[in-house]
Design a protein around this ligand. Structure first.
Ligand SMILES: Nc1nc2c(c(=O)[nH]1)N[C@H]1C(S)=C(S)[C@@H](COP(=O)(O)O)O[C@H]1N2
Ligand SMILES: [Mo]
Length: 358
């Protein structure tokens, strides 16, 4: 872990490629997740990328194909966005309790984190290349080769041109005011605020402007929502994009022992796409009655809201649940049962922890 600059409180799912999530306690400590505890989701080994030799190729449906160096990129206007990244497999463990999901890791609620990202707008780079009138999608390709893919290939994906032209979508070379760490995609990664983490391609080296979505494995086969009876295959299911409203309890930890009386409860809520978190409720009686939690400082429209409240708990075992509401007055499903899907994505059922109160 230390080799990747991570604290030893990370929960490691696989060592190579490194896949590790932040513990609930570590996630609750900061509105902006420090890089040393930010989750890592890798489909291949971290590639060697020498910043001095790095180039970014922009081609496809553009009038002016380009190759940019890191200095070229740094010469463009610097922008900064506070944005939450969240893996589509965040909280998969809740779906695994419903039914097995072979071949997928049991991520808990820590496959998410929030950082400030510094870099240039993808829109500013596209403006130099000038997409043609037939362009509708922007392909994003990383330098890591994934052996999990069929056939093995570089990690890639795409977003619609409309999203790519919005100024929140960054080619980031900084994370929380420091140089982007190698394991998070140095020298340059994409950050697509409001979208599943998979679209925020790390170790970016190629941007391909297209008239259709990316046809690589990580967009066309996986990171798609399947019906329970469907099997993954090219074009099967619905591609995932915007993150669904979700919330989780971080403190106290699941299965914690706490003292009867006032108990501080804290967690996160995140609304993807254009929506924001409007309200967070916590219940100690399975949702019969709810207490409205206090929201932490608003870090901007692309970031989660941490929240906290105090609950008075008597002795005994209690289940505490949380649900959020977004700016469209939508809330979350109570149980993960109906959400089960063969790859285990998008568990946005109520957050839950069991507490032993003595
Ligand atoms: N090149 C590349 N980019 C990638 C990935 C990857 O394996 N390779 N994983 C994606 C997934 S699934 C997620 S959730 C985020 C995780 O970003 P992080 O490791 O910086 O937290 O990166 C995305 N970008
Ligand atoms: Mo992910």
């Amino acid at each position: 872990m230390a080799a990747y600059g991570k604290t030893d409180t990370m929960i490691v799912h696989t060592a190579d490629p490194l896949n590790a999530e932040t513990s609930r306690a570590a996630l609750a400590e900061h509105d902006l997740t420090p890089a040393d505890r930010f989750y890592v989701r890798n489909h291949g080994s971290v590639p060697d990328t020498d910043p001095a030799a790095w180039t970014l190729r922009i081609d496809g449906l553009v009038e002016q194909p380009l190759t940019l160096s890191l200095d070229d990129l740094r010469g463009l206007q610097r922008r900064e966005v506070a944005a939450t990244l969240q893996c589509a497999g965040n909280r998969r463990s809740g779906l695994l309790e419903v039914r097995d999901i072979p071949g997928e890791e049991p991520w808990g609620p820590g496959a998410t984190g929030t950082a400030t990202w510094g870099g240039v707008a993808l829109a500013d780079v596209l403006a130099l290349a000038r997409p043609t009138g037939t362009a509708t999608h922007v392909g994003l390709v990383g330098a890591d080769v994934s052996e999990e893919a069929e056939p093995p290939q570089e990690f890639g994906g795409s977003i619609r041109l409309e999203k790519a032209l919005r100024d929140e979508v960054l080619l980031a070379y900084e994370m929380n005011g420091e140089l982007l760490p190698p394991v998070h995609g140095a020298p340059v990664r994409v950050v697509v605020p409001g979208y599943i983490g998979a679209r925020s391609v790390k170790w970016l080296h190629h941007v391909e402007v297209r008239d259709r979505p990316w046809e690589g494995f990580f967009q066309d086969v996986v990171y798609r929502l399947l019906q329970p009876e469907q099997e993954p295959g090219p074009g099967v299911g619905t591609p995932l994009g915007e993150v669904a409203l979700n919330a989780e309890i971080l403190v106290p930890d699941h299965d914690a022992r706490v003292t009867a009386g006032p108990v501080a409860v804290r967690g996160y809520a995140f609304a993807g796409g254009e929506r924001h978190v409007a309200r967070v409720d916590v219940s100690a009686d399975g949702g019969k009655t709810w207490v409205e939690a206090d929201l932490d400082e608003d870090l901007g429209r692309w970031a989660w809201r941490l929240w906290s409240t105090e609950m008075h708990l008597d002795r005994g075992d209690h289940e505490i649940v949380v649900r959020a509401w977004d700016s469209a007055a939508a809330s979350q499903p109570e149980h993960p049962g109906p959400l089960w899907n063969p790859k285990g994505y998008v568990n946005n059922a109520w957050g839950r922890v069991t507490l032993h109160v003595a």
